[in-house]
Design a binder for this molecule. Structure first.
Ligand SMILES: Nc1ncnc2c1ncn2[C@@H]1O[C@H](COP(=O)(O)OP(=O)(O)O)[C@@H](O)[C@H]1O
Ligand SMILES: [Mg+2]
Length: 289
């Protein structure tokens, strides 16, 4: 759906924020951009949404160079969710905010109502239509921003740190919501994040960003198999991956793969213990006979 080739960008003050970025986002994918503060995540998302002037390289959206697309053509396809919901929400009530996009697209009142109601249901904000957006919690405001884009029918969402500032439960709920939109509704998602523990568990593909460059890309398991690389770019491994890495390399316990969740780690460890038990039993019985 997106193809980013050799993209570089310097801010007007001379800061080089992106330096030769290459990445591919397939239709239906759930892709993460992981990097420390200042690594270029926001700049990359803004470049992909054609919000920056003077971007070098080529960005294609469904095969079409975005430099040939009008803002309207881009916004019809792609929705960008800002990191701070207060930069995005502006209408007095939740209903009016989510209705703004579809109204602007020229749908009649009935269609607008239907779209708002469906979008609010998706993000679990049904019943709060009349509430002032200022009185929604931070997590609710973040979900309201997503509803605004869903109501317009976006198949492609770019999300800038959708879990930043949420408590652990809120972070989990946000990831479950995005996973549902991706897997059940077929929304293609690219999200920027600096969260290493929970977020990657949900992703199909992960790109590590450091100083405006992509230093690694692959499945989360592949990416987290190299703690030195992570330290170099000021990120740590997920706790589980770090434990398994140490067991593997310092204690020479064999793991087929690096688990990322407690559940997977438990299964892998049980497998190893069972194999050991088997081997012990086999030697026992041979010894007895
Ligand atoms: N408006 C701006 N003008 C100049 N430099 C900027 C601007 N916005 C961001 N930068 C710089 O660009 C680099 C990348 O920033 P950003 O894309 O915001 O990173 P991230 O989102 O990963 O924290 C940083 O060095 C940052 O200081
Ligand atoms: Mg940012």
């Amino acid at each position: 759906m997106y193809s980013v080739k050799n993209v570089s960008y310097k801010y007007p003050d001379g800061t080089s924020a992106l330096a030769g970025i290459n990445l591919e986002v397939r239709k239906g994918a759930f892709v993460g951009l992981l990097g420390a503060n200042g690594s270029g995540k926001t700049t990359l998302l803004r470049a992909m949404d054609k919000l920056l002037k003077g971007v070098e390289g080529r960005i294609r959206l469904s095969g079409v160079d975005i430099s040939t697309l009008s803002p309207k053509e881009i916004y019809k396809k792609v929705g960008l969710v800002f990191q701070n919901p207060d930069d995005q929400l502006f209408a007095p009530t939740l209903f009016e905010d989510v209705a703004f996009g579809p109204l602007n697209m020229g749908f009649d009142d009935n269609e607008v109502k239907q779209r708002v109601s469906a979008a609010l249901k998706e993000v679990e904000l049904t019943g709060l239509e009349k509430k002032s957006v200022h009185n929604l919690s931070f997590g609710q405001r973040k979900r309201a921003c997503i509803a605004g884009l869903l109501a317009m029918g976006h198949e492609m969402l770019l999300l800038d740190e959708p879990t930043a500032g949420l408590d652990p439960m809120g972070e989990y709920r946000m990831m479950k919501l995005l996973q549902k939109l991706n897997k059940e509704n077929g929304v293609t998602i690219v999200m920027a994040t600096h969260s290493v523990d929970l977020v990657p568990v949900f992703l199909d593909r992960l790109y590590i960003l450091s100083k405006g460059r992509i230093t690694r890309g692959g499945t989360p398991e592949e990416v987290f198999d190299a703690p030195e690389d992570m330290a170099n770019i000021k990120l740590r491994l997920p706790h589980i991956a770090e434990l398994i890495y140490k067991l593997k390399h310092e204690d020479e316990i064999h793991f087929d793969r690096i688990p990322l969740t407690i559940g997977e780690a438990r299964r892998e460890i049980l497998k190893i213990i069972e194999n050991k038990d088997h081997r012990a039993q086999n030697t026992d019985s041979r010894g007895n006979s």
